[in-house]
Design a protein. Sequence first.
Length: 311
Amino acid sequence: MSEALAPSSVHVRAPGKINVFFAVGGLGDDGYHEVASAYQAVSAYEDMWASPSDSFTIEVSGSVDVAGVPLGDRNLAIRAARLLADRCGVDAGVHLQVRKGVPVAGGMGGGSADAAAALVACDALWGTGLTSAQLQALGAELGADVPFALMGGTAIGLGRGEQLSPALARGRFDWVIVTSGDGLSTPEIYRELDEYRADHPESFLWAGASPQVFPPVLKALRTGDARLLAASASNELQIAAIRRRLELNDVLQLGHDEGALTGLVSGSGPTIAFLTEDESSAIDLQIALSAAGHTALHVHGPVPGARLLAS
């Protein structure tokens, strides 16, 4: 793209996600676990503005606590921008301005959404013209959740979670998410799960096998049946997150008492996602949880993946 035609800035929005189902296989020789996940992109968003620069810089603000977000080369969005520039032979930098709406280290893929947004934004800014498949391949090098943040909607993830296939989802699912001030480390949660599973092997179906998403989960998504999804949703990382953060049990119980169809830890936690019957029920639950002193947000899904917005 010529300098005269290059945009002065681009605006991209990328969604957070909820794992409505998450099963974990055994620890492989490569140090990673094989997983099976049903992802749903939800209306908690990361907004990113990308503008030309001689270097790679980032600034972060938002409606969530951003104190723990790295601002240098450890930031996943900066790594995404550098990766795209390297692979496409771009001799330019970028300044990324991020407004975060996804909890940090909360199991909802906020960092992955930032990386997805950076790939889409820099592709547009630099005119590299990559296809969706090419962007997803780059995203998979950065993290298992990045390809889904690019795809959005509802999808099944296998392997490390990056082997994606879209899942048919009808209608709208309303969720209330409860955030925590302190995040949880994903590697530590997996270690906790491995330790617990070694002592309780009878409690896990997939410790020595390739995990799969339960058919009732797929049927619930396909038919838009919130009650069926509530009965079949699960997350095998939840027990590990609760062992590290016992108070999560109290929040789960409160949500059930206040009318949630079900509640589960999202990803590696500590964010909790409560599924409700409909939008009105979600608003009522949000009010009740907020009155009890929790930070609660009503979101819905599925929503699109990372996409350009009008400047």
